[in-house]
Design a protein around this ligand. Structure first.
Ligand code: MN
Length: 244
Protein backbone atom coordinates (compact mmCIF):
# COMPACT_ATOMS: atom_id res chain seq x y z
CA UNK A 1 0.00 0.00 0.00
CA UNK A 2 1.41 3.35 -0.93
CA UNK A 3 1.17 6.09 1.62
CA UNK A 4 0.82 9.64 0.50
CA UNK A 5 2.27 12.69 2.17
CA UNK A 6 -0.22 14.55 4.34
CA UNK A 7 -0.57 18.30 4.83
CA UNK A 8 -2.71 20.93 6.49
CA UNK A 9 -2.72 24.71 6.22
CA UNK A 10 -4.47 27.56 8.00
CA UNK A 11 -4.29 31.35 8.07
CA UNK A 12 -5.45 33.69 10.83
CA UNK A 13 -5.88 37.45 10.94
CA UNK A 14 -4.03 37.62 14.27
CA UNK A 15 -4.90 39.95 17.15
CA UNK A 16 -4.09 43.43 15.82
CA UNK A 17 -4.67 43.68 12.05
CA UNK A 18 -7.92 44.74 10.38
CA UNK A 19 -7.45 42.42 7.40
CA UNK A 20 -5.74 39.15 6.60
CA UNK A 21 -3.39 39.72 3.65
CA UNK A 22 -1.70 36.31 3.89
CA UNK A 23 -2.75 33.50 1.51
CA UNK A 24 -1.79 29.84 1.42
CA UNK A 25 -2.23 26.70 -0.66
CA UNK A 26 -1.93 23.12 0.56
CA UNK A 27 -2.55 20.81 -2.38
CA UNK A 28 -1.29 17.33 -3.16
CA UNK A 29 2.18 18.31 -4.39
CA UNK A 30 2.23 22.12 -4.26
CA UNK A 31 2.37 24.08 -1.01
CA UNK A 32 2.58 27.86 -0.86
CA UNK A 33 2.56 30.70 1.67
CA UNK A 34 2.31 34.32 0.44
CA UNK A 35 2.25 37.38 2.70
CA UNK A 36 0.74 40.38 0.93
CA UNK A 37 1.33 44.06 1.56
CA UNK A 38 -0.32 47.28 0.38
CA UNK A 39 -3.22 49.51 1.30
CA UNK A 40 -6.90 48.55 1.52
CA UNK A 41 -7.40 45.07 0.05
CA UNK A 42 -4.38 45.27 -2.26
CA UNK A 43 -2.10 43.04 -0.14
CA UNK A 44 -4.62 40.23 -0.23
CA UNK A 45 -5.06 40.67 -3.99
CA UNK A 46 -1.29 40.28 -4.47
CA UNK A 47 -0.90 37.20 -2.27
CA UNK A 48 -4.04 35.61 -3.74
CA UNK A 49 -2.96 36.28 -7.36
CA UNK A 50 0.33 34.50 -6.62
CA UNK A 51 -1.35 31.42 -5.14
CA UNK A 52 -3.87 31.20 -8.02
CA UNK A 53 -1.18 31.55 -10.67
CA UNK A 54 1.09 28.88 -9.15
CA UNK A 55 -1.86 26.53 -8.65
CA UNK A 56 -3.01 27.06 -12.27
CA UNK A 57 0.47 26.33 -13.60
CA UNK A 58 1.12 23.27 -11.43
CA UNK A 59 0.21 20.94 -14.31
CA UNK A 60 3.19 22.24 -16.27
CA UNK A 61 5.59 21.74 -13.34
CA UNK A 62 7.18 18.33 -13.85
CA UNK A 63 10.46 17.69 -15.65
CA UNK A 64 12.29 20.69 -14.26
CA UNK A 65 10.32 21.96 -11.26
CA UNK A 66 13.02 24.42 -10.24
CA UNK A 67 12.85 26.23 -13.57
CA UNK A 68 9.05 25.93 -13.76
CA UNK A 69 8.50 27.28 -10.26
CA UNK A 70 10.92 30.14 -10.85
CA UNK A 71 9.20 31.00 -14.12
CA UNK A 72 5.76 30.90 -12.46
CA UNK A 73 6.94 33.18 -9.65
CA UNK A 74 8.46 35.55 -12.23
CA UNK A 75 5.13 35.66 -14.10
CA UNK A 76 3.25 36.34 -10.84
CA UNK A 77 5.70 39.16 -10.11
CA UNK A 78 5.07 40.74 -13.49
CA UNK A 79 1.27 40.39 -13.30
CA UNK A 80 1.17 41.98 -9.83
CA UNK A 81 3.49 44.77 -10.99
CA UNK A 82 1.30 45.51 -14.03
CA UNK A 83 -1.91 45.66 -11.96
CA UNK A 84 -0.20 47.66 -9.21
CA UNK A 85 0.95 50.28 -11.68
CA UNK A 86 -2.30 50.41 -13.71
CA UNK A 87 -5.06 50.17 -11.06
CA UNK A 88 -5.04 53.06 -8.58
CA UNK A 89 -6.63 51.11 -5.75
CA UNK A 90 -3.96 48.41 -6.05
CA UNK A 91 -1.05 50.86 -6.20
CA UNK A 92 2.05 49.70 -4.34
CA UNK A 93 0.81 46.18 -3.62
CA UNK A 94 3.29 43.36 -3.25
CA UNK A 95 3.73 39.96 -1.66
CA UNK A 96 6.25 37.43 -0.44
CA UNK A 97 6.09 33.89 -1.76
CA UNK A 98 7.54 30.62 -0.50
CA UNK A 99 6.51 27.62 -2.59
CA UNK A 100 7.37 23.93 -2.18
CA UNK A 101 6.84 21.34 -4.90
CA UNK A 102 7.05 17.72 -3.74
CA UNK A 103 8.31 14.89 -5.96
CA UNK A 104 9.55 11.37 -5.18
CA UNK A 105 12.68 11.80 -3.06
CA UNK A 106 12.94 15.57 -3.20
CA UNK A 107 11.33 18.95 -2.72
CA UNK A 108 11.94 22.04 -4.82
CA UNK A 109 11.63 25.39 -3.07
CA UNK A 110 11.15 28.81 -4.70
CA UNK A 111 11.14 31.93 -2.54
CA UNK A 112 11.03 35.72 -2.58
CA UNK A 113 10.76 37.67 0.70
CA UNK A 114 10.68 36.56 4.33
CA UNK A 115 8.08 33.78 4.48
CA UNK A 116 10.05 30.73 5.56
CA UNK A 117 10.37 27.01 4.90
CA UNK A 118 11.67 24.76 7.69
CA UNK A 119 12.46 21.05 7.78
CA UNK A 120 11.92 19.04 10.96
CA UNK A 121 13.98 15.82 10.90
CA UNK A 122 15.18 13.58 13.74
CA UNK A 123 14.07 16.11 16.36
CA UNK A 124 15.97 18.96 14.72
CA UNK A 125 14.44 22.06 13.11
CA UNK A 126 16.36 23.55 10.18
CA UNK A 127 15.46 26.78 8.41
CA UNK A 128 15.80 25.99 4.68
CA UNK A 129 15.16 29.48 3.29
CA UNK A 130 17.15 32.66 3.87
CA UNK A 131 15.04 35.80 4.38
CA UNK A 132 15.27 38.51 1.75
CA UNK A 133 15.25 41.19 4.43
CA UNK A 134 17.39 44.11 5.46
CA UNK A 135 18.26 42.54 8.83
CA UNK A 136 19.35 39.29 7.10
CA UNK A 137 21.69 41.37 4.92
CA UNK A 138 23.06 42.96 8.12
CA UNK A 139 23.53 39.51 9.72
CA UNK A 140 25.29 38.22 6.60
CA UNK A 141 27.72 41.16 6.63
CA UNK A 142 28.44 40.69 10.34
CA UNK A 143 26.92 44.06 11.25
CA UNK A 144 24.46 42.50 13.74
CA UNK A 145 23.96 39.04 15.26
CA UNK A 146 21.04 36.69 14.53
CA UNK A 147 19.80 37.41 18.04
CA UNK A 148 19.87 41.18 17.49
CA UNK A 149 18.07 40.69 14.17
CA UNK A 150 15.07 39.12 15.91
CA UNK A 151 14.22 42.32 17.79
CA UNK A 152 15.69 44.86 15.34
CA UNK A 153 13.43 47.79 14.42
CA UNK A 154 14.16 47.19 10.70
CA UNK A 155 13.14 43.52 10.76
CA UNK A 156 10.05 44.13 8.63
CA UNK A 157 11.93 45.76 5.73
CA UNK A 158 12.22 43.37 2.77
CA UNK A 159 14.99 43.54 0.19
CA UNK A 160 12.87 41.60 -2.32
CA UNK A 161 9.12 41.14 -2.86
CA UNK A 162 6.82 40.29 -5.77
CA UNK A 163 5.15 43.17 -7.64
CA UNK A 164 7.52 45.98 -6.69
CA UNK A 165 9.77 45.94 -9.80
CA UNK A 166 9.06 44.62 -13.35
CA UNK A 167 11.45 41.71 -12.72
CA UNK A 168 12.58 39.94 -9.55
CA UNK A 169 15.35 37.55 -8.58
CA UNK A 170 13.81 34.27 -7.34
CA UNK A 171 15.72 32.01 -4.93
CA UNK A 172 15.33 28.32 -5.78
CA UNK A 173 16.88 25.10 -4.48
CA UNK A 174 16.23 21.38 -4.01
CA UNK A 175 16.39 19.28 -0.85
CA UNK A 176 16.32 15.51 -0.44
CA UNK A 177 13.30 14.06 1.37
CA UNK A 178 13.41 11.18 3.88
CA UNK A 179 10.76 9.10 5.64
CA UNK A 180 9.08 11.02 8.45
CA UNK A 181 10.45 14.40 7.37
CA UNK A 182 8.12 17.28 8.20
CA UNK A 183 8.10 20.67 6.52
CA UNK A 184 6.67 23.94 7.80
CA UNK A 185 5.90 26.93 5.58
CA UNK A 186 4.93 30.07 7.46
CA UNK A 187 4.60 33.83 7.30
CA UNK A 188 6.71 36.18 9.44
CA UNK A 189 3.72 36.73 11.73
CA UNK A 190 4.52 33.29 13.16
CA UNK A 191 8.32 33.41 13.24
CA UNK A 192 8.40 36.89 14.80
CA UNK A 193 6.50 35.49 17.79
CA UNK A 194 7.50 31.82 18.21
CA UNK A 195 11.01 30.49 18.97
CA UNK A 196 12.56 27.56 17.11
CA UNK A 197 12.27 25.51 20.32
CA UNK A 198 8.53 26.12 20.50
CA UNK A 199 8.05 25.19 16.83
CA UNK A 200 10.14 22.01 17.33
CA UNK A 201 8.13 20.98 20.35
CA UNK A 202 4.85 21.31 18.45
CA UNK A 203 6.18 19.37 15.43
CA UNK A 204 7.54 16.60 17.68
CA UNK A 205 4.16 15.50 18.96
CA UNK A 206 1.17 16.66 16.93
CA UNK A 207 -0.26 15.65 13.55
CA UNK A 208 -0.49 18.18 10.68
CA UNK A 209 -3.82 19.75 11.59
CA UNK A 210 -3.19 19.75 15.35
CA UNK A 211 0.29 21.24 14.81
CA UNK A 212 -0.95 24.05 12.56
CA UNK A 213 -3.80 24.92 14.93
CA UNK A 214 -1.43 24.83 17.92
CA UNK A 215 1.20 27.02 16.22
CA UNK A 216 -1.44 29.63 15.41
CA UNK A 217 -2.91 29.42 18.92
CA UNK A 218 0.54 29.89 20.49
CA UNK A 219 1.23 32.86 18.19
CA UNK A 220 -2.05 34.47 19.26
CA UNK A 221 -1.22 33.80 22.92
CA UNK A 222 2.06 35.60 22.19
CA UNK A 223 0.27 38.72 20.91
CA UNK A 224 -0.04 38.02 17.14
CA UNK A 225 0.62 41.60 15.98
CA UNK A 226 0.57 40.39 12.34
CA UNK A 227 -1.42 37.92 10.23
CA UNK A 228 -0.22 34.37 10.86
CA UNK A 229 -0.14 31.46 8.41
CA UNK A 230 1.24 27.94 8.66
CA UNK A 231 1.33 24.89 6.37
CA UNK A 232 2.71 21.60 7.74
CA UNK A 233 3.60 18.69 5.42
CA UNK A 234 4.51 15.19 6.64
CA UNK A 235 6.25 12.45 4.66
CA UNK A 236 5.03 9.11 6.00
CA UNK A 237 7.17 6.05 6.71
CA UNK A 238 7.57 3.97 3.57
CA UNK A 239 6.40 6.80 1.32
CA UNK A 240 7.09 6.57 -2.41
CA UNK A 241 7.98 10.26 -2.06
CA UNK A 242 10.94 9.43 0.18
CA UNK A 243 14.38 8.65 -1.16
CA UNK A 244 15.29 6.72 2.01
MN1 MN B 1 3.50 39.28 7.70
Amino acid sequence: MTKKPTAFGQSDIGNKRERNEDSFHAGEYLFVVADGMGGHKAGHVASNMTIDLLDDRIESISADPGAALKESVAIANHEIFVRSTSEAKLSGMGTTVTAVFLQPGKITVAQVGDSRAYRYRDGKLTQLTTDHSLVQTMVDSGEITQEQAESHSHRFILTRALGIEPTVEVASFEEGVSDEDRFLLCSDGLTNVLSDDTISEVLSSLDDEEAVRRLIELTKDGGAPDNVTAVVITIPTGSPDSSA
